[in-house]
Design a protein around this ligand. Sequence first.
Ligand SMILES: Cc1cc2nc3c(=O)[nH]c(=O)nc-3n(C[C@H](O)[C@H](O)[C@H](O)COP(=O)(O)OP(=O)(O)OC[C@H]3O[C@@H](n4cnc5c(N)ncnc54)[C@H](O)[C@@H]3O)c2cc1C
Length: 431
Amino acid sequence: MGEISRRDFLNGAALTIAASLTPFEQLKAQAARRGVYPPALAGLRGSTDEAYAVIHEVAREGRRYSIDTLEADERYDLVIVGSGLAGLTAAWTYRDRQPNARILILDNHDDFGGHARRNEFRVGKRLLLSYGGSESMVAPASHYSGDLANILSALRLRPERFERESVFHRKLYPGLGLSKSVFFDREHFGEDRLVTGDPLLLGFDEFAPLNPGARTPDAFLADCPLSNEARRGLSELFAGMRDYMAGQTTEQKVATLARTSYRTFLTDTCKLPAAAADFFQGRSSDNFGYGIDAIAAIDAMSEGFPGAAALNIQERMGGHADDRGPYIHHFPDGNASLARALVRSLVADAAPGRTMDDLVSTVFDYSALDRLGAQVRLRLNSTAVVVRNARDGGVDVGYVRDGTLRRVSARNAVIATYNSVMPFVCPELEP
Ligand SMILES: Cc1cc2nc3c(=O)[nH]c(=O)nc-3n(C[C@H](O)[C@H](O)[C@H](O)COP(=O)(O)OP(=O)(O)OC[C@H]3O[C@@H](n4cnc5c(N)ncnc54)[C@H](O)[C@@H]3O)c2cc1C
């Protein structure tokens, strides 16, 4: 058991320095959080106004915190700002190389994992899981090599297990006679119609590469509520035999496609009618979050949207062929399980178990994440506002929790957050 730190004492006393909350409000906030299990909370979750209140004041309103007159509450070998996959992996790697290192991880959210978050729902006696952020390990066989493969192995995570039918039921929908389909709505196409057997396979698809139930483009298009002109144009586009930019060099084509939306490429370059462009309009939303009017044509085509086949620009398109493999390497809570595996390894008291299977259902004890005397401590609801080199060659870090500014010192620090915020917090970093 380590010594009682000044911070732990102050936690109880709730001393306010540079505070925007009264001591009573701080105690109330602490009490409200006691026993809270963030993955099961309902309502607006994640990057809420509350989670960002402190850093928005710094970045938007110019508030600056001074830690000059504060003494360091605690000392660590390493302080990490950000408990996303990058910060947690940094902690794991550091501890792997320096097994006795004392590490503090700070994060402004109420849960760890950054963009890799977990949602839990109870429906009767059943536990339902979903991801609240990033979903899948993309092509782990080729992308997750070297150090990353070693970390997964040490955590007993074997992504290839998802390829088993018993783990990821890829035959479920095809087995029921279902296929990928497109819904045409009355507002854009004059009638509501669902057309099955969609031949278009885009990136990050669990049905890649076979697309069971897909029909030929012409058979599929024949059932779509489109004009003959739109059908003909789409048929030619899918066939991929026409160079719509004939006469231009590869450089010119690539430059044009990079500054032209895919929608404009379809209507202005390929001369397709608007209804043909409407056919693709929302289909980029899944991966990009935008319609095809806001996606560069070259990015859309790198993702699998048709039109590039005869342009002879394949080598200049982004995306990896490997990414077209089945998008099935994920836990029920997506990449949150990767974060949970890292935290379980770093903070042994936080969760029982050692396997990939028990990781899915185990309930984490959030009160153990930041326990006095632990070698690795993970402190949530804590926003770093100052990170600077110290005179002794180490690093000083100031952070705000419950309205109170605190200072910790460390031999090293890792900043694993958003680039846009760090110049305000650590001006010493080169932009
Ligand atoms: C829509 C979308 C879908 C994605 N899907 C996938 C996917 O399926 N598979 C995949 O591999 N990748 C996916 N990604 C990318 C993936 O989410 C990120 O690459 C990865 O999660 C980034 O991890 P990180 O640790 O760098 O950052 P983050 O996860 O953002 O973690 C950084 C953490 O630091 C915290 N922080 C910031 N400033 C401070 C501060 N001053 N003090 C304390 N804490 C701070 C942040 O709030 C956050 O919790 C997706 C990205 C997006 C946008």
